[in-house]
Design a protein around this ligand. Structure first.
Ligand SMILES: *Cc1c(COP(=O)(O)O)cnc(C)c1O
Length: 418
């Protein structure tokens, strides 16, 4: 018997989950700019609500129909199905921002008295939410540095006497902006170690830097893979959005809270992301190729002290190299470097870029550069910031799809002014 051919996600991004016959034959999914949907009959409306509210099990082949755009909308549903395809996940939920995806996940799975164990550094907004918002609801946190190994974390947790309260492990890898790596397989084991039959410890991973192409947290035991879809998924610096992927059960819980918080993405955001996904792989692969060229150039430049890029890791780097080889299929397109000197030298470089833009955010078609210590990581406690290697001399770059020779030319002329 002939084996069924399995199409790759990049081949399906133009069609998956969309039926032209339901939209006058339009080849592209229209923007369903509508708040509510008309039921064919009262009986149909009743059936949809029964499923939406979980009042009964779905019959065979029965699916919940369209009700109201806070609950479901075709642009969102098709987008969610397509992101889930990249992630190899059962399901996905899309939000109006990365932060709303992250905060909704934390609120859904944590309750007063629980502990979240998180890696450090994490995205500034996440850091603030965990350290300043969750404690108001009696939710505790404990953080570990990227170089902490499995046994160090166990020791820290048990010394603090908090292992019984552990409810979620939340990690970001590679870390922004240092590209420090956390071993996801170890994190999965840690979550298992403290899970009990009546109390599961969830593992959530912010996969914005590498996903959905180059790192698959669910394969290593993560329950939730999170995205700022503003970054690579969107990829054009023109939309703010977020997403999370996981099992049917996990995403059902997240979508239920989303329905009540009302922080789902709108149809226009959904449509923009559908368009972006068609070129996701093309963009990301080109960006990663460019980043490798840029990193190699920076590495040999006399005014550059150190380059932080996964593609430069060597077997001598030990566990970090092994983790990279195991869980990342590409070095990605994010890099940071220290210029010789300090903040004044870093600023002179940034102020003299002509092709690259001086802006925060990342993962977009254009090359972006910024100064983590005074911009994206300005909110991190100065002592802690130095400890994790974010100093005045550091510049972060998100490499775009331009011709790499032009990016390097731009860096060269800006470094000349330093
Ligand atoms: C940008 C970003 C976020 C926040 O996403 P928004 O879409 O800006 O809300 C979270 N995590 C990481 C790693 C990010 O880069």
């Amino acid at each position: 018997m002939k084996k069924k051919h399995k199409f790759q996600p990049e081949s399906l991004m133009m069609s998956y989950g969309y039926k032209p016959e339901l939209s006058e034959g339009a080849i592209k999914c229209p923007i369903f700019q509508t708040s509510t949907f008309v039921f064919k009959s009262a009986e149909e409306g009743k059936a949809y609500f029964e499923l939406a509210y979980g009042l009964r099990e779905a019959r065979e082949k029965e699916e919940i129909g369209l009700i109201y755009s806070r609950i479901n909308n075709p642009d969102l549903e098709i987008l969610e199905n397509r992101i889930a395809l990249w992630e190899e996940a059962d399901d996905c939920a899309v939000f109006e921002s990365g932060m709303s995806a992250i905060s909704t996940v934390l609120m859904e799975f944590m309750k007063p008295g629980d502990l979240v164990l998180c890696s450090s550094p994490v995205y500034g907004g996440t850091d603030h939410f965990i350290k300043h918002f969750l404690p108001k609801f009696g939710i505790h946190y404990l953080e570990f540095k990227p170089d902490a190994r499995f046994d160090d974390i166990v020791e820290m947790l048990e010394k603090a006497g908090l292992e019984d309260r552990l409810r979620m492990i939340y990690v970001e890898t590679p870390a922004n902006p240092t590209n420090a790596l956390i071993d996801l397989e170890d994190m999965g084991k840690l979550a298992n170690r403290y899970s009990k039959p009546d109390k599961k410890v969830y593992l959530a991973v912010d996969n914005t830097y590498m996903g959905p192409l180059w790192q698959h947290p669910l394969r290593w035991g993560a329950d939730i893979s999170l995205y700022s879809a503003t970054k690579y998924l969107g990829g054009h610096s023109d939309v703010i959005a977020g997403a999370c992927c996981g099992s049917k059960e996990v995403i059902h819980r997240i979508k239920t809270l989303r329905t009540f918080l009302g922080n789902m993405a709108g149809p226009w955001t959904g449509w923009l992301l559908l368009r972006s996904l068609e070129t996701l792989k093309l963009r990301m692969e080109q960006q990663a190729r460019n980043a490798q060229q840029v990193a190699a150039y920076l590495q040999q430049h006399p005014k550059v002290e150190k380059v932080y890029y996964l593609g430069l890791l060597k077997p001598e780097d030990g566990p970090e190299y092994e983790t990279y080889k195991k869980q990342c299929s590409s070095p990605g397109a994010m890099l940071s470097f220290d210029v010789k000197g300090g903040e004044p030298e870093a600023f002179r470089f940034l102020n003299n870029l002509r092709l690259a833009h001086l802006a925060v955010s990342l993962g977009s078609t254009e090359t972006l550069a910024e100064h983590p210590a005074s911009m994206t990581h300005a909110g991190v406690h100065p002592g802690h910031r130095e400890e994790i290697g974010i100093t005045g001399k550091m510049v972060r770059m998100s490499v775009g799809v331009e011709n790499y020779r032009d990016i390097i030319h731009d860096i060269e002329q800006a470094l000349e002014k330093v």
